[in-house]
Design a protein around this ligand. Structure first.
Ligand code: 11C
Length: 341
């Protein structure tokens, strides 16, 4: 006996990956529904590579009663309306938007990092999935924090256009082509040209000069890993289709050599250490696409501070940064709370 699972926002970048990953990992589904806005009704989506086609159902008429789990990848506005309805109908919501992440009654979970937090889901029947740039960073930080206690993190991100949805990827493609054929370059999704450029701006600006993306990395890391860790972030959009990269400087309470950190990371859940200290002996975003791991490379000691390390971290933002983490949460929920069979 399996679960009845709805994927809400099934036609978007993350929703499609959720369906792929549920199928790939053979999540025990008795029934699966692809749900989206009225615009997508009538379209069909494949359930992974099972050959099974799912007719998209209209969120406006979808009755969540009797469904066990809803994976939401619908953005904040529809989520605000439909997630509480689903939760009230007894369906556990695992939400990928930023809407509930900082709600004290909603656990924000990365299964490799804070699995016990999931137990608090009953307060609202909602579990939040973190921002993609936070998810991969906390997976890399967790085993190092356990070993030497992190005091401060300085992170610079190199985030792919898929973080801004299909429209972001399309804009990179269209602008690149326009530049090659000598057409005018138009920017609609991003504030400046993204092709052959980088943009130090993701999400809206806050009063203190940081962006909301940078703020999310600070507050989500504290909630998931440890409120005592100080984090400062600079988030940058780069002309990459899929895969977010991060250069992370870490200051520890206690000494931790690069070699000891490599040994720890090699054994840590969810991490692949690729750190050969030679040409090509590190991972780049194109190599992580379609994979679930958080790749760590270029681990080295920072000679400018006491107990400091620097590392490079890459992950598929649509997978570990979004869809995979959501499915791992569903698996954890099944193991701990919604037992079947
Ligand atoms: C980006 N990280 O790359 C964003 C996308 O809070 O879930 C995900 C935004 C979020 O643009």
């Amino acid at each position: 006996m399996g679960y009845r699972v709805a994927v809400v926002g099934a036609t978007g970048n993350v929703g499609r990956e959720m369906l792929n990953i549920l199928a790939e990992r053979e999540f025990p589904c008795d029934e699966i529904a692809a749900v989206a806005s009225s615009r997508s009704v009538g379209t069909e989506i494949e359930y992974g590579d099972t050959g099974k086609m799912l007719k998209v159902k209209n969120i406006e008429h979808f009755d969540f009663a009797g469904w066990d789990i809803a994976l939401f990848a619908a953005g904040s506005e529809p989520t605000k309306i439909y997630a509480p309805k689903a939760a009230a109908a007894g369906c556990v919501v695992i939400d990928n938007s930023s809407l509930y992440r900082m709600d004290p009654d909603v656990p924000l979970v990365v299964p490799e990092v804070n699995p016990d937090a999931i137990d608090g889901y009953t307060a609202r029947n909602i579990i939040a999935n973190p921002n993609c740039s936070t998810a991969q960073m906390v997976v890399a930080l967790k085993p190092l924090h356990d070993a030497a206690t992190i005091k401060r993190v300085v992170v610079s991100t190199y985030q792919s256009t898929s973080g801004a949805g299909k429209a972001g990827m399309d804009e990179l493609f269209t602008q690149s082509r326009a530049i090659f054929v000598g057409d005018a370059v138009e920017s609609h999704k991003f504030t400046k040209q993204i092709a052959f450029n980088v943009i130090p701006h993701i999400d809206s600006f806050l009063d203190d000069g940081f962006t909301k993306e940078e703020w999310k990395m600070v507050v989500e890391t504290k909630k998931i890993l440890d409120p005592k860790i100080k984090v400062v972030a600079t988030c940058v959009r780069v002309p990459v289709f899929v895969g977010h990269s991060e250069a992370i400087n870490i200051e520890f309470e206690n000494e931790l050599s690069a070699e000891a950190a490599q040994d720890i990371l090699r054994e840590a859940p969810g991490i692949m250490l690729v750190d050969k200290r030679e040409d090509g002996g590190y991972v780049t975003p194109v190599e992580c696409v379609g994979d679930g791991a958080t790749y760590v490379s270029r681990v080295r000691e920072d000679p400018t501070v006491d107990n400091g390390l620097v590392l490079w971290c890459v992950s598929d933002n649509l997978r570990k940064g979004a869809a995979l983490n959501a499915v791992q949460i569903a698996e954890l929920l099944g193991r701990r709370h919604l037992k079947k069979g």
